[in-house]
Design a binder for this molecule. Structure first.
Ligand code: UD1
Ligand code: MG
Length: 455
């Protein structure tokens, strides 16, 4: 059965106290929306529809970045969850599979739970995801017997007896797409909030002789985010879970509580992550690589046996082959460092390709930017770049070539050549001693004049 995702993301998120739409606030370095989309997309839906409202243009741009194939539809006025789902109808015209409704502000929902809901569709026309709440608060309550669902009652509309129920509605629903829209057509807004409740479809389905069922999940999965405090708590929960997962997968971390991970950080088995390392989005660390303390990495790939840091910075497009060493205060951006390259101290490598085993001396800089354009630096294999070399790009240094320390290299260096681009040294015997005596005498005269003035 083909699947369509309908992701509700029109709400304002008033309690975030923010100009940014709630679903674009970031958790583990990705918008909340992407987390929910990622879980849904793991089921390989043939269509995805995001219902946007507040900050629709920004929500649309963010959706396009992560899921360009998703359609974004506008819900101009937020008249309730059923009304929100109804906005997806034109986008799903002609679609005859199942529809899965997710919330954009519920980032922890897992693929396994969504799969279980899909499986439950074999037994029920409408499937609702529920959870046992430690503190049921204002959640909608599920009136169920076993896995058969009778109806959902919103907190505001519930009796005391219904409020005592602890099985709550997560909001996630799966039903045949045509059935879903037919049921929604019958939803009214005669309730305590004056809203069109998606939850009403259960009672309507039952009255039409359709069956409804509950799939249960852990409460942690349905955690929604409504305020900055909840977002911070969610971040802490995310970090704790991801660190534990990595430890289980064989990553070595002596102080995992000091390592900050992004939503998509991948670290291979037996890789070592020292304390105080921060991962931005898009990082892959292969088996056996070592990331030393206080390094910051984003959008990069570190291969087996490579060593990074301490105090290194890998920026987007940094690609380190096996056994590369990048040491302290070295920054690498948009550059390929082939196997065995060493850049151990105080260096900037940007927009560059560096061949196998080449050594980059301390203080080397690729001067890649002229204020308007970026230019590339290409260095061959087995080259030796002397300390404090300025490589003024575009420039090429051939295989096995050398540059003298302190050189400003503006012209290509052929393979095997030595390039010296610095002024010739002048040495004046005894000059330093004389200069020092002269300056000492001048300082003494100045002090004497000052004393006379004050005395
Ligand atoms: C909803 C459920 C409730 C459930 C709870 C779980 C209904 C009527 N109630 O209540 O049973 O326990 O979620 O968190 O469905 N949205 C729109 N457009 C709208 C209204 C909402 O896009 O017009 C989006 C919101 O941005 C949010 C989601 O739908 O992502 C849920 O809306 P919200 O207002 O938070 O519903 P609750 O009152 O929490
Ligand atoms: Mg809510």
């Amino acid at each position: 059965m083909s699947l369509a995702l309908i992701l509700l993301a029109a709400g304002k998120g008033t309690r975030m106290e923010s100009d940014l739409p709630k679903v674009l606030h970031r958790l583990a370095q990705a918008p909340l929306l992407w987390h929910a989309l990622r879980a849904g997309q793991a089921l390989e839906p043939s269509r995805s529809v995001v219902v946007a409202g507040h900050g629709a243009a920004e929500v649309e741009a963010s959706t396009a970045e992560f899921a360009p194939e998703a359609q974004v539809v506008l819900q101009e006025e937020q008249l309730g969850t059923a009304h929100a789902v109804a906005q997806a109808r034109p986008a799903l015209d002609g679609f005859d599979g199942d529809a899965l409704v997710l919330y954009g502000d519920t980032p922890f929902i897992t693929e396994a739970t969504l799969e279980a809901m899909r499986d439950a569709r074999a037994r029920h026309d409408v499937v609702v995801l529920g959870f046992e709440a430690a503190d049921p608060g204002r959640y909608g309550r599920l009136i169920a017997e076993g896995d058969a669902l009778e109806r959902i009652v919103e907190f505001k509309d519930a009796s005391d007896a219904e409020r005592a129920i602890t099985l709550c509605n997560s909001g996630v629903v799966c039903a045949g797409s045509r059935t879903l829209f037919e049921l929604i057509d019958a939803v009214g807004n005669d309730n305590a909030s004056g809203e069109y409740y998606l939850t009403d479809i259960v009672e309507i389905a039952r009255s039409r002789g359709l069956s409804a069922g509950v799939v249960r999940c852990d409460e942690a999965e349905t955690l929604g985010i409504n305020s900055r405090a909840e977002l911070r708590a969610a971040e802490a929960a995310f970090q704790a879970r991801k660190r534990a997962e990595l430890l289980d997968e064989g990553v070595q971390m002596t102080a995992p509580e000091t390592v900050f991970l992004a939503w998509d950080t991948y670290i291979g088995r037996d890789a070592e992550i020292e304390p105080n390392v921060v991962f931005g989005p898009g990082v892959t660390i292969e088996t056996g690589a070592r990331i030393r303390a206080f390094s910051h990495l984003e959008g990069c790939h570190v291969s087996r046996g490579a060593i990074v840091g301490p105090y290194a910075r890998l920026r987007p497009g940094a690609e380190l082959a096996e056994e590369v060493h990048v040491g302290n205060f070295v920054e690498v951006k948009n550059a390929y460092l082939a196997e065995g390259v060493k850049a151990n101290h105080l260096t900037y490598i940007g927009d560059a390709d560096i061949g196998e085993r080449t050594n980059i001396g301390a203080g080397t800089i690729t001067c890649n930017y002229d204020g308007f354009f970026k230019h590339r630096t290409t260095i061959g294999k087995d080259a030796f770049i002397g300390s404090d070399t300025m490589l003024v790009a575009p420039v090429t240094v051939g295989d096995g070539a050398m540059t003298g320390s302190g050189s400003v290299v503006t012209e290509d260096v052929p393979a095997g050549a030595l390039a010296l681009g610095r002024t010739k040294q002048v040495t004046k015997p005894g000059f330093a001693t004389k200069l020092r005596e002269m300056l000492r005498a001048r300082k003494a005269a100045q002090k004497a004049a000052q004393d006379a003035k004050e005395g």
